[in-house]
Design a protein around this ligand. Structure first.
Ligand code: ACO
Length: 361
C-alpha cells in the first residue's frame, strides 16, 4: 500500500502584531474579555497578499523536505480568502515558486480547509496520480472583518502554514480521516455578500456582512469535531491514550479544552498557540503543526490527531502517523518584504470605513 508521508513543513506569520490592547483603542472591548472568552492575546495583520504568505510557507516547506519546486506534482491552497477568485490563488503560488509541473487548485472548506486538503492530497498520492503534493493553509482574514463588530473582529488573524507529502511505502502520513459538513447550519457563519451573490452596485460601502452566531457555532463545533475524532480513532483501531499529540484548529481555547476533555487527554498533549495568532482559519492547523515540530513535541513515529470545523459548517478529523524525521533537511532564509506599518496602521483605513458606513449593526 502507498502512503503519503509528510516530509516538509513551513509557516509564515506576517510581522505586524495587533494585540487585544490595540483593539481596545478602536472598539469597546478589553484584553480581559477577549482573553478569558477565547484564549487570544494577539493576532497578526498581513501587509502582503494571501498568496505571498502561502508562497513563503511553501518555500520553507520545500527546503525542509530537500525538494525543488519543479519536483511538485500538485499544489492545493486551502483558503477562504484568496487574493483573487479568478485566477485561483494556487496559480500565484505556482508562478512564484516556479513549480511549472504542478497542477494547482484552491480548496475552500473555511477553517477545515487544511484537514480537507491533506485528505485530498493524500488520496491523490495513494491512487498513484501524484507523487509529491504541496498543501497550504493560508488566510488574510483581516481584509474581511468589520472592525465595528467587536464580536467577530477580535477573533481572527492572518497567516499561512504548509506541508509537503510524498509517496512512501512506510506506514506514515494521514492514516485515517473523517470529513463532513453540517450544511443545515450554513447560515450561522456566513458572509453573504463576498462572492457573486453580492449585488455589484447596490452596496458600495466596502463592508461585508458577517453573520456569526458564536454560541451555536461553539456547540456544533464541539459536536462535529467530537464525532469526527471518534470516527478516525475507530477507523484506525487506536485508543485516545495512544495519541501522542492533538493538533486542533485554534478557534477558541474553550473549544479546544472541551475536545481534550472529551478525549480524556491532558492539556499537555494538546498543541495550543491561539494566544499569539488568534483564529487564522485554514492556516491554524499547519502553523500549529510547524510549531509543535519546532518545539520538539513531535517524535518519530508518533500519532498525531487533528480536528477542525469551519464555515459550512464543515468539520473533519485527521489521524497522522509521523515518519522517521522530525527535523528539516534544510532551512529557507527568505523573508517577507519589510513591513513599515504597525498592525493598527495597516487596518486604519478599514476601521475608518467600517465606522463611517451607515449600516445598522
Ligand atoms: N468585547 C467585549 N464584550 C463583547 C465582545 C468583545 N469583543 N464581544 C461580545 N461581547 C459582549 C456581548 O455583547 C455580550 O454582551 P451582553 O451580555 O451585554 O449582551 C457579552 O459579551 C456575551 O456575548 P456572547 O456572544 O454571549 O459571548 P460568548 O461567551 O458566547 O463568547 C465567543 C463569544 C467567544 C465568540 C463564543 O461564542 C465562541 O467562542 N464561539 C465559538 C465560535 C468561534 O470561536 N468561532 C470562531 C470562528 S469560526 C471558526 O473557526 C469556523
Amino acid at each position: 500500500m502507498t502512503f503519503a508521508n509528510i516530509t516538509g513543513w513551513g509557516k509564515c506569520l506576517p510581522p505586524a502584531v495587533l494585540s487585544n490592547d490595540h483593539l481596545s483603542t478602536i472598539m469597546d472591548t478589553s484584553d480581559e474579555w477577549i482573553h478569558s472568552r477565547t484564549g487570544i492575546k494577539a493576532r497578526r495583520v498581513s501587509h502582503v497578499s494571501c498568496s505571498a504568505l502561502a508562497t513563503l510557507a511553501a518555500r520553507r516547506a520545500l527546503a525542509c523536505a530537500g525538494l525543488e519546486a519543479s519536483q511538485l506534482d500538485g499544489i492545493i491552497l486551502a483558503t477562504a480568502t484568496p487574493g483573487t477568485l479568478v485566477p485561483n490563488g494556487a496559480s500565484a503560488v505556482q508562478q512564484a515558486l516556479g513549480a511549472h509541473k504542478a497542477a494547482v487548485f484552491d480548496l475552500n472548506a473555511a477553517c477545515t480547509g487544511f484537514v480537507y486538503g491533506l485528505s485530498v492530497g493524500t488520496a491523490l498520492v495513494q491512487t498513484g496520480m501524484m507523487k509529491r503534493v504541496l498543501i497550504i493553509g493560508a488566510e488574510r482574514l483581516t481584509k474581511l472583518l468589520d472592525w465595528a463588530k467587536r464580536d467577530t473582529a477580535v477573533l481572527f488573524g492572518d497567516g499561512a502554514g504548509a506541508v509537503i507529502i510524498e509517496a512512501s511505502e512506510q506506514e506514515s502520513g494521514l492514516i485515517a480521516n473523517r470529513l463532513g459538513c453540517d450544511g443545515e447550519a450554513r447560515e450561522i457563519l456566513h458572509i453573504p455578500d463576498f462572492g457573486t451573490d453580492r449585488e455589484r452596485f447596490a452596496e458600495i460601502d466596502g463592508l461585508f456582512t458577517f453573520n456569526f452566531e458564536g454560541q451555536e457555532i461553539f456547540k456544533r463545533a464541539v459536536r462535529g469535531m467530537g464525532e469526527a475524532t471518534g470516527a478516525v480513532l475507530a477507523q484506525a483501531g487506536i485508543t485516545p491514550e495512544q495519541i501522542d499529540l492533538i493538533v486542533p484548529h485554534q478557534a477558541n481555547l474553550r473549544i479546544i479544552e472541551t475536545l481534550a476533555k472529551r478525549m480524556d487527554a491532558p492539556m499537555e498533549k494538546v498543541m495550543v498557540n491561539i494566544a499569539q495568532y488568534g483564529n487564522t482559519s485554514a492556516a491554524t492547523v499547519p502553523i500549529a503543526l510547524c510549531e509543535a515540530l519546532e518545539q520538539g513535541r513531535v517524535k518519530p513515529n508518533s500519532y498525531l490527531l487533528s480536528a477542525a470545523f469551519g464555515a459550512g459548517l464543515t468539520w473533519g478529523a485527521a489521524l497522522i502517523k509521523w515518519g522517521d524525521r522530525v527535523t528539516p533537511l534544510a532551512l529557507c532564509d527568505d523573508e517577507l518584504p519589510p513591513c513599515q506599518q504597525t498592525g493598527l496602521e495597516l487596518i486604519a483605513s478599514a476601521v475608518a470605513g467600517c465606522q463611517q458606513a451607515d449600516r445598522p449593526r
